[in-house]
Design a protein around this ligand. Structure first.
Ligand SMILES: C[S@@+](CC[C@H](N)C(=O)[O-])C[C@H]1O[C@@H](n2cnc3c(N)ncnc32)[C@H](O)[C@@H]1O
Length: 247
């Protein structure tokens, strides 16, 4: 956790998709960053319906990136008459963008006028590029963002002892083949410890290694239609009893 922070560089592919040279992967599908957030992470976690009637709802995310999932969740919360009074969003990011690059990225990828002011609000309180946990509040404190600039595998075991209880988990750490560090048993075991009994998760991937690691670390999954030409993705719940796969 004490390693110096290495920020991300903002690079676009020819088709306008933000790309990470470090991980050789894209941040979002060319079919649309907000549309992907809504299909994979909101629909994948049964939102907004699942948060209706609750006093608060906590989302835990691996990989904050440009914050598109956060912005899509916040916008869905604002638009929902049955929203919980409090929305907590907790996310971990090892290589954050600078505030300037975040603004440039949002200008290029946010294609919904209702989300633009939220993106501006986020950029205007963007934390300094320093390792550690940064907290920000919006809508008079009704929406909170706990953003940890840290390595997920290092930080998650510590977050688990801080009483975070997730209602929904967004697994968004680049493809497992390109970034295996975000998909390790340690990461999933920590997430399972922080997942409420009825917690759900969603992820764009359907890789076999992720399925096995999910099952072995306390989650049940099912395959559903993916986004942007991707055939399948995984959604699921915390299982009642972690199992060991022997074959
Ligand atoms: C696909 S992008 C996330 C997109 C993001 N959720 C959004 O809505 O814009 C994956 C993110 O995971 C971050 N990441 C990669 N390895 C990490 C690690 N070991 N710990 C924490 N974050 C990591 C990357 O820097 C990148 O920002």
């Amino acid at each position: 956790m004490d390693e110096p922070l290495i920020s991300a560089s903002l690079v676009f592919r020819d088709d306008g998709t933000p790309y990470s040279p470090r991980h050789d992967d894209i941040y979002h599908s060319a079919a649309g960053a907000l549309a992907q957030a809504r299909h994979v992470f909101l629909d994948g976690n049964g939102l907004p319906a699942r948060w209706g009637g609750r006093p608060r709802f906590t989302v835990l995310e691996t990989g904050f990136g440009m914050g598109v999932n956060f912005l899509a969740t916040w916008a869905a919360w604002l638009a929902d008459a049955h929203r919980p009074p409090v929305l907590e969003f907790v996310s971990i990011e090892k290589h954050p963008f600078s505030a300037d690059d975040l603004r440039k990225a949002h200008a290029a990828i946010i294609d919904d006028a209702a989300v633009t002011p939220l993106a501006d609000a986020l950029a205007s309180v963007w934390p300094p590029l320093e390792s550690g946990v940064h907290r920000r509040a919006f809508v008079a404190g009704a929406v909170t963002l706990t953003l940890a600039f840290a390595d997920a595998a290092d930080l998650l075991p510590h977050l688990a002892i801080h009483g975070i209880a997730a209602d929904a988990i967004y697994l968004d750490g680049f493809a497992p083949a390109r970034n295996p560090d975000m998909w390790t048993p340690t990461v999933f075991a920590s997430l399972a410890r922080m997942a409420k009994e009825d917690a759900t998760f969603a992820t764009f991937t359907s890789a076999g290694i992720v399925k096995r690691t999910l099952i072995e670390n306390g989650f049940d999954y099912r395959k559903v239609a993916g986004f942007g030409g991707k055939r399948a993705m995984l959604v699921g719940t915390r299982s009642q009893s972690p199992r060991v796969i022997t074959s």
